[in-house]
Write a protein that binds this ligand. Sequence first.
Ligand code: 5RP
Length: 229
Amino acid sequence: MDARQMKIKAAEAALAHVEDGMRLGIGTGSTAEEFVRLLAEKVEAGLSVLGVPTSERTARLCVELGIPLRSLDELPELDLTIDGADELDARLRLIKGGGGALLREKIVATASARMIVIADESKVVDTLGAFKLPIEVNLFGLTATRIAIEKAAARCGLSGEIALRSTGDGAYTTDGGHLILDASFGRIPDAEALSDALYRIPGVVEHGLFIGIASLAVIAGPDGARVMT
Ligand code: 5RP
């Protein structure tokens, strides 16, 4: 089974949790897009759901495939969000934001009664942090915010390069008009402490540590999909 087939396997297993009439948060990234394609087939076949997309990219795909969408303001309470992750540990703590949609992803997932993560085995880690931690920041005071992040990380015993995400042509800008700093802290033994420390920095809009948000994960490997709770 290749990487794409594993994403499809995880997405298929998550689709079994989708019921008629659900208000659904729809994630961002290549795994979430496999879920969108499968969901579109169900919608075509008569399943009635309303989706709230976590990015403009996901919204475009949903529109293209005929999945009815609403804004989060129209549907502020959702039944279920299904989304990918860059890393997850055994306690279902996640790193997200590799696709740059972490702010909307966290808002939508938090507005949902349940969040199911879909991923392949390569995303499961003992300790979060091999993947660079995305931190969404305000443009104003970028350097001051970066220094504040370095100091906050140091208080948590962490250090490493903090790089401004680039498109190649310039700085990457999120759907919310912010910038992303990708922090190479390495292993993050106390994700809660780092999360709290980052939230205390005014220039930090959001960070990619999702703690206490996911309720279940469907992990696809070469032999099929397994569930983590
Ligand atoms: C986007 C995300 C994605 O869920 C994460 O990057 C995983 O993407 P993929 O399924 O392509 O590996 O957090 O902001």
